[in-house]
Design a protein around this ligand. Structure first.
Ligand SMILES: [Zn+2]
Length: 547
C-alpha cells in the first residue's frame, strides 16, 4: 500500500514539472534554496531552552517575535503590522480564586455543598470579580440546535433562567466539518444566551473520561489563567455576561447529582453515544458562586508582506499563518520543566520563515502576508484578533494557509490539507503537493474536528477560504507503523517538555513539505481568479453568503 502511494507520487512529479515556463523556472530556482540547514537554524533558535517555551505575554515569546521580525527584515519583506512588524494583541487573563468558589445543590431534602476539585471544577468570569447564580437544572444533551440537520437538543424545552447540564461535542448524525461549527463553544453559547439560559454544568463522556481522567483535571484546576483578547471597545471577545456560572462535574459527582432525577448519569452517557435526544428538566436547583482575578497584558502577532508584482492584483493577499507561542514553563517531567514546543509550533514557524525567504526571491502576482501568531495555545487569540482587526481590508484577503505542529517523525508519503474539500484551494493544493512527490489525502480523522481547532478557523469565520496543511498519516516505508508513531507522539511528547530538539526529524520530508507549502501560496497568488468556496458549501454559505 505505502509503496504504491510512493510510486504514484513520483509519477505525479514528472507530470507537474513538464510545463517549462519562465515563471516555473524562477519558482523552482527559489524553492531549491530551501534546505535542511536553513530550516534547522530557525528551529534551533525558537526551540531553545533560552526561549522558555514561548508563553504568550512572556519574555521568551517576545524574543521569538523579535527573531521572526529580524528574518522578515533580512529577506526584504515589508512590515505588515500596525506598529512596524508587530500587531499588538490586547489580552485579558482571568483565573478563578480557588478559595472562593462554591457549588450548592438544593433539593427538597436540604442543601448539599459539593467539594471543589474532588467533585467539580469552576470556570472563571472574564470580567466580573465576583458573581453567583441560582437556577433550576435542565439536562440538555450536547446543547446543539441544528435545524439544517433536523436535530435539536432543545426541542420545545424552555430554558430561560435555567442552568443547563450537558456535554461538549456534537452528534454523529451531523457530518464532520459542519459538526465542528455546531459543537464550537461560540455556537453553543449563542444558542444558550438566545434562549435565556444562565449557567452551564459540563459532564464527562466515557470517551473523555478515558482520555483525561478526573485526577488530572483536579490537579490542574485553578493553576493556570485563561485568556481572551480585548476589542477596541474594551470588551473581551466571546464574553457572555448572561452566563453567570460554569462548572464541570466529576463522573462520581455526576452520578450522585443525577441520582433521583428523570434521567441518570449512565442514561445520559448512553444517550449521547447513540446521538439520542434525551433533554429533560431535572427538578433540582443549584447555586454557583465564584470570585475571579484579572490581569491585562499584550503580546504581538509578527507580520511581514511580499509585495505582489501585478498592479491589478497586488492589493490582494494570500495569508500564511503559523503560531509562534507555546505553553511556557510548567510541571517538571523527567527533570525538565521547559516546554520547548519544537514540533508545536517552532517547526511550523521555521517552515513559514523559509517559505517567506524563498517566495521573496520569486514574488508572485498577488501579495503574500506571513503572520507568526501569538496566543494560539490560549484559544486561537492572535488569529482571531487579526481576523477581527486585519491590518489590510478583510475583503482583500483571498486565502489562508496555516501550519500547526507538522510531524516529520517518519518518511512521509502523503499530506493532508484540512478544509481542502470546501473550496477551490483543494485542486490547487493537490497540484502543489504532487509537484513535491506527495499524495494529497482526505482528512483521516474527521471526528476530531481538526478544521475548527487551529488558527485557520479564525479566517474561515470571516468568510475566507482556508486550509490547514499537515503531514499525512502514511509513510513511504512499509515497515513503519506511522499511525502508532503519531499516537506515541501524542501520548508521550505532545505538550510535554520532551517536544524538543531531541525528537527525530525526517529532513527529506520536512524540506519537501516546505517546498510544497511555498508552491501552494505561489499557486494561489498567481492564479487569474481568487479562490472561491465550493457551490453550496456549508462554511461558504454560513460565513460568506452571496450578497
Ligand atoms: Zn500548535
Amino acid at each position: 500500500m505505502n509503496k504504491i502511494l510512493a510510486a504514484a507520487g513520483a509519477a505525479l512529479v514528472l507530470c507537474a514539472c513538464s510545463e517549462n515556463t519562465e515563471e516555473n523556472t524562477s519558482i523552482d530556482r527559489a524553492l531549491s534554496t530551501i534546505t535542511k540547514d536553513a530550516i534547522y537554524a530557525h528551529l534551533a533558535y525558537l526551540a531553545d531552552d533560552a526561549l522558555e517555551g514561548r508563553l504568550t505575554g512572556e519574555p521568551g515569546h517576545d524574543k521569538a517575535a523579535q527573531y521572526v521580525a529580524d528574518r522578515f527584515a533580512e529577506f526584504g519583506l515589508e512590515p505588515g503590522g500596525d506598529d512596524g512588524w508587530y500587531q499588538q494583541v490586547p489580552l485579558q487573563s482571568y483565573l478563578i480564586d480557588t478559595e472562593n468558589v462554591s457549588l450548592v445543590v438544593h433539593r427538597n431534602s436540604g442543601d448539599t455543598e459539593l467539594s471543589y476539585r474532588d467533585d467539580y471544577t469552576m470556570s472563571a468570569d472574564m470580567v466580573r470579580s465576583e458573581n453567583s447564580v441560582r437556577g433550576e437544572l435542565v439536562y440538555i444533551g450536547r446543547g446543539v440546535h441544528a435545524p439544517d440537520y433536523g436535530y435539536s437538543d432543545y426541542g420545545d424545552i424552555d430554558v430561560a433562567g435555567k442552568i443547563l447540564v450537558g456535554y461538549s461535542g456534537g452528534p454523529d448524525i451531523i457530518p464532520g466539518d459542519e459538526r465542528s461549527f455546531y459543537s464550537s463553544s461560540q455556537t453553543k453559547h449563542d444558542e444558550m444566551v438566545a434562549r435565556g439560559a444562565v449557567g452551564w454544568i459540563g459532564l464527562r463522556s466515557r470517551q473523555s473520561q478515558a482520555n483525561s481522567p478526573w485526577e488530572r483535571s483536579k490537579k490542574a484546576a485553578g493553576t493556570k489563567a485563561s485568556m481572551t483578547w480585548v476589542g477596541l471597545s474594551g470588551v473581551p471577545d466571546s464574553y457572555y455576561p448572561e452566563i453567570r456560572g460554569a462548572a464541570s462535574l466529576s463522573p462520581a459527582a455526576a452520578t450522585a447529582l443525577l441520582d433521583d432525577t428523570p434521567i441518570s448519569f449512565e442514561e445520559t452517557l448512553d444517550a449521547i453515544e447513540a446521538s439520542t435526544v434525551a433533554s429533560v428538566p431535572l427538578g433540582i436547583e443549584v447555586t454557583l458562586a465564584r470570585k475571579t482575578n484579572h490581569e491585562q497584558l499584550s503580546s504581538p502577532n509578527v507580520i511581514g508582506v511580499i509585495r505582489g508584482t501585478d498592479p491589478e492584483l497586488a492589493d490582494e493577499y494570500v495569508v500564511y499563518t503559523a503560531h509562534l507561542d507555546h505553553v511556557g514553563v510548567g510541571v517538571e517531567v523527567d527533570g525538565d520543566d521547559i516546554y520547548n514546543g519544537m514540533y508545536d509550533n517552532a517547526m511550523g514557524t521555521a517552515i513559514m520563515i523559509e517559505t517567506a525567504r524563498a517566495l521573496a526571491a520569486a514574488p508572485p502576482r498577488r501579495s503574500i502576508m506571513f503572520i507568526a501568531l501569538t496566543g494560539e495555545e490560549r484559544g486561537l487569540l492572535g488569529s482571531d484578533y487579526f481576523a477581527n482587526y486585519p491590518t489590510v481590508p478583510v475583503d482583500s484577503i483571498v486565502a489562508n494557509v496555516n501550519i500547526d505542529m507538522p510531524l516529520f517523525i517518519y518518511p512521509l508519503a502523503d499530506i493532508v490539507a484540512f478544509g481542502a474539500e470546501h473550496s477551490s484551494l483543494g485542486p490547487l493544493t493537490d497540484t502543489a503537493v504532487a509537484a513535491e512527490g506527495f499524495i494529497l489525502t482526505p482528512d483521516p480523522i474527521p471526528e476530531e474536528n481538526i478544521f475548527r481547532r487551529s488558527d485557520q478557523y479564525s479566517f474561515v469565520r470571516r468568510g475566507i477560504p482556508a486550509i490547514y496543511l499537515d503531514p499525512g498519516f502514511t509513510s513511504t516505508d512499509p515497515d513503519i507503523d506511522s499511525v502508532a508513531m503519531r499516537t506515541d507522539h501524542r501520548h508521550n511528547h505532545y505538550h510535554r517538555p520532551s517536544d524538543d530538539l531531541s525528537r527525530p526529524i525526517d529532513w527529506d520530508s520536512a524540506v519537501r513539505f516546505t517546498r510544497a507549502n511555498a508552491r501552494i501560496g505561489w499557486g494561489i497568488a498567481n492564479d487569474d481568479a481568487r479562490p472561491t468556496w465550493n457551490e453550496g458549501d456549508f462554511f461558504g454559505d454560513k460565513f460568506a453568503p452571496e450578497p
